[in-house]
Design a protein around this ligand. Structure first.
Ligand code: CMC
Length: 393
């Protein structure tokens, strides 16, 4: 054990070489394949970013059209999969359904066990990126006892998702361009973040040569927790709690600083960023613009602004370099466009999926890839004799 270095939470362990995403946590920089994320602000397009992350370059018009057609072509779930939804209680957490159904996809698509070249990966990636949206919408419809709405081949990625979520059988949900752009931006800002908990999980599972769907199903589970993707729900709950008058923003910040309270200021702090999370900056700006454009006056936005103001001046947060992260404002935007809180972490999963696929594929292509197998420092008893059951007291 003398040679093993203990690194709880792997904060100082490089687990792989990767060419996908660059983060400079000190300066608050995030780039996808070298492109600063701020450059995706105008005409945001999640599908373009998905391609970029998985295949390493911006798609040519032809590549884009082929990928978009693949996404449209495989949006439907096998009818057999629909029966699985019926088996879940209405109250089932959508993240549980999402993970189970992504895993179940490998039963319906045996070609997933044979991914070898770029074309087969492109088709599998498009299948998963397209179907995760259908699964998510069906999980929501199931929770409400509503009929499932089939994907509409005439609609693009985001409007089709909102259609499957919110249309009634004889009435199409109308997706405003500002809503389409906001959701595209949210999805693409979540699309990759190098070796975070869920992506490392996908790589770890994939390192045993488990298939892409199984690896991504594991990623959904890792994302679920409140310290990772579940934080967007926790932020909303925190803001609601303050809004309901149970606490003032100052009281909440005081509690978050008290180590005995176990309360944290949700949506604040990050393992890598010691500066503003650039995604939070962009989302704060969108929240400011979108809410008035939609005619939404949300008191939670004022509370979020006030919390941010207090925390950014408080020595506790300043000394620890805790700044708003991606989850701080995303919930307010999702709420304004009508996404229920129960679906917030699912939206994060839909967004993060291209990153998981990109990392799984990068790892597959890396020569000499090894199974992930960290060591430990044993702290249990020394060699001890077994006492026969009859002699134990
Ligand atoms: N509120 C109050 N104190 C905090 C917070 C917070 N949100 N975040 C960190 N701290 C304190 C922590 O108690 C510790 O203090 P001390 O040094 O006195 O013990 C210090 O700051 C360092 O924190 P840490 O827990 O060692 O940092 P970490 O890198 O292990 O954790 C984190 C990162 C994101 C889990 C954490 O900041 C946190 O729990 N934030 C709230 C949850 C959240 O917003 N999560 C979303 C993260 S971004 C999106 C994603 O990855 O999913």
């Amino acid at each position: 054990t003398g040679l093993i270095t203990l690194d709880p939470g792997y904060g100082n362990t490089g687990s792989c070489r990767s060419a996908i995403t660059f983060i400079d946590g000190e300066q608050g920089i995030l780039r996808y394949r070298g492109i600063p994320i701020e450059q995706f602000d105008a005409a945001p397009n999640f599908v373009e970013v998905a391609w970029l992350l998985i295949f390493g370059h911006l798609p040519s018009p032809e590549e884009y059209d082929t990928f978009a057609a693949d996404l449209t072509g495989c949006a439907n779930l096998d009818e057999g999969m629909k029966h699985h939804f019926e088996g879940f209680p209405r109250t089932a957490p959508p993240m549980a359904i999402l993970s189970a159904m992504i895993n179940a996809l490998s039963c319906f698509h045996p070609e997933i066990f044979e991914l070898q070249d770029k074309d087969s990966v492109r088709i599998a990636a498009a299948g998963l990126i397209s179907k995760i949206r259908t699964i998510a919408a069906y999980a929501y419809r199931h929770s409400k006892g509503l009929p499932y709405i089939y994907p509409d081949p005439k609609l693009r990625y985001v409007p089709n998702f909102l259609h499957m979520m919110f249309s009634q059988p004889y009435e199409h949900h109308v997706c405003e361009p500002i809503v389409r752009d906001a959701l595209n931006l949210i999805l693409l800002l979540h699309a990759d973040h190098e070796q975070n908990c869920s992506t490392s999980t996908v790589r770890m599972v994939g390192s045993s040569q488990a298939n892409l769907f199984a690896s991504c199903a594991a990623g959904v589970c890792a994302l679920w927790g409140p310290l990772h993707g579940g934080a967007n729900v926790a932020v909303l709950e925190m803001l609601e709690q303050i809004h309901q008058g149970q606490m003032t923003p100052d009281d909440y910040v005081r509690l978050a600083k008290d180590k005995d309270s176990k309360v944290r200021l949700m949506g604040f702090g990050h393992r890598v960023y010691r500066n503003f999370d650039p995604r939070a900056r962009m989302l704060a700006k969108i929240a400011e613009q979108l809410l008035p454009q939609l005619g939404v006056k949300d008191p939670l936005l004022d509370i979020a602004r006030r919390l941010e103001e207090i925390a950014l001046e408080d020595p506790y947060f300043v000394e620890r370099q805790l700044y708003p992260n991606v989850d701080f404002y995303s919930g307010i935007i999702l709420r304004a466009i009508g996404i229920p809180v129960s679906m917030f972490t699912v939206i994060f999963a839909i967004g993060r999926l291209p990153g998981w696929i990109a990392h799984w594929w990068e790892q597959e292509q890396t020569p000499g890839n090894k199974i992930a197998r960290p060591r430990q420092i044993y702290i249990g008893p020394p060699e001890t004799d077994r006492v026969q059951l009859s002699e134990r007291r």
